[in-house]
Design a protein around this ligand. Structure first.
Ligand SMILES: Nc1ncnc2c1ncn2[C@@H]1O[C@H](COP(=O)(O)OP(=O)(O)O)[C@@H](O)[C@H]1O
Ligand SMILES: [Mg+2]
Length: 251
């Protein structure tokens, strides 16, 4: 059975799509079969993060029962599958949890993970996806406004009995105005499963339309995504140390 995980946040722009793209690539590196689904149907951009060309058929067509799941699956070069959403205004829709669930069950066949890129906030677009998922991964930045909103989405997930997979702190830079990790955990009453640094490699990889995990595999950001993937599957990840990097250069 696949683990169906909603990657959600209260505040927008905190890094959900970045996490979905990179966590998919990282889990694929651990030989897990992953399907990333763009369920942000009012502002879909997972396809853009991953360099996927505009697709004739998308998740919207599956939800409207105008296409089957296999018509809309895109095979990404980094070893995972993607179900993109249509980006045009005419295809904007709010998926209902029951339709989404029905589609997700078909999508998840034979996969280890289904990662759902959700809309931000606690409106019905986001919550229908949270409700349809088994687990929720809350993405937030270590700042109070983002944390306030993260708390709302975490509480909403409890209401739907969607299990918490933990919190991903994104854009951590260790600055003096950041909320410390222990306070984040206390405030959200959830454990932090991953920490992703503020990273120019992440920015460059988004511009290059590839996950940082494959575009800059030795970067601290890529290693933090590998660590997050390892935490999720309960495996150990050994980041390549300085020595192996040096040998790597000569090898
Ligand atoms: N770890 C990071 N380091 C630097 N910039 C980041 C990082 N994560 C996200 N960003 C920036 O934030 C923007 C929004 O990220 P995105 O994943 O699209 O957020 P969301 O899906 O939550 O709206 C990205 O386009 C990128 O510029
Ligand atoms: Mg997004």
């Amino acid at each position: 059975m696949a683990r169906i995980i909603a990657v959600a946040s209260g505040k927008g722009g905190v890094g959900k799509t970045t996490v979905v793209a990179n966590l998919s690539a990282a889990l694929a590196r651990f030989n897990r079969s992953v399907i990333a689904v763009d369920a942000n149907l009012t502002a879909s951009n997972l396809g853009m993060h991953l360099g996927i060309p505009l697709y004739p058929k998308t998740l919207q067509d599956v939800l409207n029962r105008k296409a089957s799941v296999r018509d809309v699956v895109y095979y990404h070069e980094d070893g995972f599958r993607v179900i993109p959403a249509d980006v045009s205004l005419s295809k904007v829709m709010i998926p209902r949890a029951d339709r989404l669930l029905e589609s997700l069950y078909r999508i998840s066949e034979g996969a280890d993970f289904v990662l759902i890129d959700c809309a931000a906030g606690i409106g019905s677009e986001a919550l229908e996806a949270v409700r349809a998922a088994d687990e929720i991964l809350v993405v937030t930045n270590p700042e109070m406004p983002a944390l306030m909103d993260a708390l709302k989405v975490a509480r909403s997930a409890e209401m739907y009995e969607t299990r918490s997979a933990g919190v991903v702190l994104n854009r951590v830079n260790g600055g003096p105005h950041e909320v410390p990790e222990s306070e984040v955990e206390g405030f959200l009453e959830q454990h932090i499963i991953g920490r992703i640094p503020e990273s120019r490699h992440v920015k460059a990889s988004i511009a290059a339309r590839r996950p940082a995990v494959s575009a800059y595999p030795r970067s601290p950001a890529a290693e933090s995504f590998m660590k997050l993937a390892a935490e999720l599957i309960g495996e150990e990840y050994r980041p390549s140390g300085m020595l192996s990097r040096i040998f790597g250069w000569f090898g």
